[in-house]
Design a protein around this ligand. Structure first.
Ligand SMILES: [Zn+2]
Length: 533
C-alpha cells in the first residue's frame, strides 16, 4: 500500500524590491556618490533582494552613469531604472538599462484627481492614454516593465482599475500600487489591493506590488496588509529611509514574514536575514543618516541588553532571552563576538573580525584601517566592534577624500580667545590657515573654510559617543548645504571631539568640492524634478 501522500506546502514568494538607491537617495543629506551606490548595491545583492531600484537615469548624467554601472557590475537581482511617462525620459532610461540582462523599466504617472488637475493638467482620458503609450514605448525597448499609478490611494477606484487594466494590456507585467502620501490605513489599503484583484479583468497577468510611505507611521503595516490581500512584491528601503518620513523598512517586512509562524507558513522571501544588520550599518555609514536607537530590528536598543551576564549568570540570561526576545539578535547577523581586539592583535585578527562584521576591504583599505586601529588600540585597552566599525566607516568616507587633515592645533580655555591652526593636504600640496572663533570648533571650522573655499552653509552639527565613558570615541555628524541646496553629510570619529569635528566638516566639504568640480552624481546641466512615486 502506498504511503499516504504528504501534502506539499507551497509558500508564496514575496519579492523584495529595494529602493534605497532611488527613493531614499532623495531624502535630504542621503545623496550618494556612484562608488557609494555600488557598495550598497553589492551588499543588497548579498542580502538577497530580488530587485534593486538603482535610480532615475533621466534626472542627470551622474544618475545615468550610476545606474549603468550598477547594471554592469551587480549580479543576481533585477536592476530597475525609474522613468517619467515621457518619450525622451523612457528612451534615456532604456538606454541606461539595455546593456543588462535582468533589467526592468519602471514608469510612473499620477492618476489622482488632485495630481491630474494641478500637476499634469490633463483629463482622465489623456492620462490613461499617456500611461498606455508609455508602457508600450518602454516595452518596445525593455522586456520587463513595471507601471505605477502615483497617488493610487487617492485615485477614484473605477478609474484606477481602468488605468491598471490598460497598463497590463500594453505590456506591464508588474503593477505597483503606491500610497504616495502615506495617508492610507491598513484595512483600507488591504481592501484596495483585494478589490483590484477582484475587479481588474487581466490582473492575473501581472504581479501586484505595494509601495507605502510612513507619514503616519503605517508603511510597514500597510505593506503587510497588501501582502495579506494578494500583493507579491513589496517596495521598501533599508532603515526605512526615503522621502519625508520614509518608506516601509525592508528589515521589518523581512523579519515579520519570518517571525510570525502563521505568516511563515504562507510566505517566504529570498532575504538572508543574517545580512540585515550589516546592510543597515553600511547604509547608515554611506548616507550619514543615523538610525534612531529605538528603531525596530536595527536600532541600537532594539534587543535586550546583554550586559550584566557576569552578575546574573548564563542561565538567568538565557531565561531572560526566552521571555523577552521575539527575535534573536544573531538572526539578523548581530553577533557580538567574544574575541577582544587589543594593540597586540595582528592584521589577521582584525581582518577576521571585520569579515565577521561584513566588511570586505581591499588590501590598501585594510592596511589603512589597521594603522588607524593600532593608533586607537595604543590609547585604549581594547577596541570594541562599534569602534572598529567606526574606523571602517571613516575609511569608506576617505574614498573621496580630496582635502586631508594633516595637522591641527587649538588654543583655548580661560580668558584666551580660541584660535586654531590647520594644515590640509591636497594631492601633495599643503595649505595652512589660522583663525579665531567664538569656540574651539568655530575656530577650526573658520580656518578650514579659509582653505576649502566652496560656498556653503552649515545645516546641522551633532555630537554623539560610539561607546560609553569619558574616554569614549566621539562621533560628529555635520550637514552642510551648497548654493543649489544640495545637502552633504560628513561624519568623523576621534577620541578628541575637536578633531572628530574637523574630520566631519572636512568630509562634508570634500563631497561638496567633489560635486562642484564635476564629480559623479552632479546635478547640473540636466537637472529635472525627481519623481515622488
Ligand atoms: Zn516613494
Amino acid at each position: 500500500m502506498p504511503a499516504p501522500a504528504k501534502r506539499k506546502t507551497t509558500k508564496k514568494r514575496i519579492a523584495i524590491f529595494d529602493t534605497t538607491l532611488r527613493d531614499a537617495e532623495q531624502c535630504p543629506g542621503a545623496a550618494m556618490t556612484t562608488e557609494e551606490k555600488l557598495k550598497v548595491a553589492h551588499q543588497l545583492a548579498r542580502l538577497g533582494v530580488d530587485v534593486i531600484e538603482a535610480g532615475f537615469p533621466y534626472s542627470s548624467p551622474g544618475d545615468f552613469d550610476a545606474v549603468q554601472r550598477i547594471v554592469k557590475e551587480i549580479k543576481g537581482p533585477t536592476i530597475v531604472g525609474l522613468s517619467l511617462c515621457r518619450p525622451d525620459a523612457i528612451d534615456t532610461t532604456a538606454q541606461a538599462l539595455k546593456i543588462g540582462k535582468r533589467v526592468r523599466l519602471h514608469v510612473f504617472l499620477s492618476t489622482s484627481p488632485q495630481h491630474r488637475e494641478f500637476i499634469l493638467r490633463k483629463r482622465k482620458e489623456e492620462v490613461l492614454e499617456m500611461a498606455v503609450s508609455s508602457v508600450r514605448r518602454a516595452r518596445d525597448q525593455i522586456a520587463e516593465v513595471e507601471f505605477s499609478p502615483m497617488d493610487a490611494t487617492r485615485t477614484e477606484f473605477d478609474y484606477l482599475c481602468q488605468v491598471v487594466e490598460g497598463a497590463i494590456e500594453a505590456g506591464a507585467s508588474i503593477v505597483n500600487i503606491p500610497d504616495t502620501l502615506g495617508y492610507a490605513l491598513p484595512h483600507e489599503f488591504g481592501d484596495l489591493i483585494r478589490r483590484l484583484r477582484e475587479t481588474v479583468p487581466n490582473i492575473d497577468k501581472a504581479t501586484i506590488s505595494v509601495h507605502c510611505h510612513d507619514d503616519l507611521g503605517l508603511a510597514t503595516a500597510n505593506s503587510l496588509a497588501g501582502v495579506l490581500n494578494g500583493a507579491t512584491q513589496v517596495e521598501c528601503t533599508i532603515n526605512g529611509l526615503g522621502e519625508r518620513a520614509g518608506n516601509a523598512a525592508l528589515e521589518e517586512i523581512a523579519v515579520i514574514l519570518d517571525t510570525r509562524q502563521e505568516l511563515k507558513r504562507k510566505f517566504e522571501t529570498g532575504i538572508n536575514l543574517k545580512e540585515i544588520y550589516r546592510t543597515s550599518r553600511l547604509v547608515r555609514d554611506v548616507t550619514g543618516v543615523p538610525v534612531q536607537p529605538n528603531k525596530a530590528i536595527v536600532g541600537e536598543n532594539a534587543f535586550a541588553h546583554s550586559s550584566g551576564v557576569h552578575v546574573d549568570g548564563v542561565i538567568k540570561l538565557l531565561q531572560r532571552r526566552a521571555s523577552f526576545e521575539i527575535v534573536r539578535p544573531q538572526r539578523i547577523g548581530r553577533d557580538r563576538s567574544e574575541i577582544v581586539l587589543t594593540s597586540r592583535s595582528g592584521r589577521k585578527a582584525v581582518r577576521h573580525r571585520l569579515a565577521e562584521l561584513g566588511y570586505e576591504l581591499s588590501t590598501t583599505e585594510l592596511e589603512s584601517t589597521y594603522q588607524r586601529f593600532l593608533a586607537l588600540a595604543d590609547q585604549r585597552k581594547e577596541v570594541t566592534d562599534d569602534e572598529l566599525e567606526s574606523l571602517v566607516a571613516d575609511e569608506l568616507r576617505l574614498a573621496h577624500e580630496i582635502y586631508a587633515l594633516d595637522y591641527m592645533h587649538v588654543v583655548s580655555g580661560g580668558t584666551t580667545i580660541p584660535s586654531a591652526t590647520v594644515r590640509l593636504r591636497r594631492n601633495g600640496e599643503v595649505f595652512q590657515a589660522v583663525a579665531s572663533g567664538v569656540g574651539s570648533v568655530d575656530a577650526v571650522y573658520t580656518a578650514i573654510h579659509k582653505v576649502v573655499k566652496v560656498p556653503h552653509s552649515l545645516v546641522d552639527y551633532t555630537v554623539s559617543s560610539v561607546t560609553g565613558g569619558t574616554d569614549a570615541l566621539g562621533e560628529v555628524t555635520v550637514r552642510i548645504s551648497d548654493k543649489s541646496d544640495i545637502v552633504y553629510t560628513g561624519r568623523g570619529t576621534s577620541m578628541d571631539i575637536i578633531e572628530a569635528s574637523a574630520k566631519a566638516y572636512l568630509a562634508a566639504l570634500n563631497k561638496a568640492v567633489f560635486r562642484a568640480e564635476g564629480g559623479a552624481g552632479r546635478r547640473k546641466s540636466r537637472k529635472k524634478s525627481k519623481p515622488k512615486a
